[in-house]
Design a protein around this ligand. Structure first.
Ligand code: NAX
Length: 327
């Protein structure tokens, strides 16, 4: 039997948390032979703490063989103690009439505190994946607080956009999902992100050739992927939860499985025309469990470059808004 790993989840009683923790405990994220301890963080007020207890009761009632223990807490220093993976799902939602700049700053405070706690108490091999929006900027803020953990340990999730983009291409082409490959997401997790159909493949052939309708790809497909989250809210009355949890399972499982190629938001280091130091979606390949290299070989045409420039501008603007908060 392997040694258990510690997995911290923030916002564990929220929408996504409720769709996520059962899948982690069942072994879908780290493998069916990997025992684990869940360390669940919620804000330290009565309602969410009570709801968190309810989630823990249901986890117990699943009798998952891999779930060795649980820690329920309102204290980040307890939640992240010795954690090998820190999954930062909880964040402050945008309230009615709230300016985006205020949203960025309010969330910035959360991610400063959590970044500091992770750096202080998490395991030496800790990895951090941010889902809570605006996730690219939140992860940049958390990473900026780290003195011990290097920036490559911090990623944010654009996998839901990749999954949405693959599903939509498969539907349009009338093929099984597995036929769609090499679709990578560049930039921000927001409607400006660029789902790079120019390098995507369907059944091993260029997707643009198989679809045979460049105008559709540019003017219908791209906006549809970018606005899919809003379309789900419109239909369901609530934001994507099961599909977001599923994407995080994919994100972490692929980051821990050597050879997997997928999209993740990482420290750009100036790649693909992104500003140095912003966290941007791009293709990565896992080289060792939890370690990845950015795939840099894709040549971008003028259209792709213009899309990347747009989403980069948004990331730079977000960074500008929170620049006084960066450690
Ligand atoms: P909910 O509001 O249902 O749940 C969030 C939970 O986080 C709440 O229970 C809240 O009490 C808790 N929380 C807030 N601040 C906290 C803190 N400082 N420490 C610990 N817990 C805290 O939102 P949900 O639908 O679960 O979404 C969570 C986040 O994911 C949101 O920011 C949302 O925008 C973001 N998303 C990100 C996606 C992505 O692809 N990166 C897609 C889905 C989702 O929109």
């Amino acid at each position: 039997m392997k040694k258990p790993i510690r997995v911290a989840v923030t916002g564990a009683a929220g929408n996504i948390g409720y769709a996520l923790v059962f899948r982690i405990a069942s072994g879908e994220m780290f493998g069916k032979d990997q025992p684990l301890i869940l360390q669940l963080l919620e804000i330290p007020v009565e309602g969410p703490q009570k709801a968190l207890k309810g989630v823990a009761m249901e986890l117990e009632d699943c009798a998952f063989p891999l779930l060795q223990d649980m820690v329920l807490t309102g204290d980040a220093n307890v939640a992240f103690k010795d954690a090998n993976w820190c999954l930062l799902v909880g964040s402050k939602p945008r309230g009615p009439g709230m300016e985006r700049a205020d949203l960025l700053k309010d969330n910035g405070k959360i991610f400063i505190a959590q970044g500091q706690a992770i750096d202080a108490v998490a395991a030496d091999d800790a990895r951090v994946a941010v889902v809570g929006n605006p996730c690219n900027t939140n992860v940049m803020i958390a990473a900026s607080q780290a003195k011990r953990l290097t920036a490559d340990r911090f990623t944010a999730m654009v996998r839901l956009d990749e999954n949405r983009g693959r599903a939509l291409l498969a539907r349009k082409a009338g093929v099984a999902i597995d036929e769609v490959s090499d679709l990578f997401i560049y930039g921000n997790h927001s409607p400006t992100m660029f789902a790079d159909f120019t390098h995507a493949k369907i059944g091993g052939k260029a997707a643009a050739e198989v679809i045979g309708d460049e105008a559709w790809l540019k003017t219908e497909y791209l906006p549809a992927v970018g606005k899919r989250g809003a379309a789900v809210i419109e239909a369901r009355g609530q934001s994507s939860a099961a599909s977001a949890a599923n994407a995080l399972v994919d994100h972490v499982r692929d980051l821990t499985t050597v050879g997997q190629v997928h999209s993740a938001a990482v420290n750009s280091e100036g790649r693909y025309g992104f500003a140095e130091g912003v966290w941007a979606g791009m293709p990565v390949r896992t080289t060792a469990p939890g370690t990845y290299e950015v795939i840099t070989g894709f040549e971008m045409d003028a259209f792709a470059k213009s899309k990347i420039a747009l989403t980069n501008d948004e990331l730079v603007g977000e960074r500008e808004t929170v620049k006084d908060m960066l450690g």
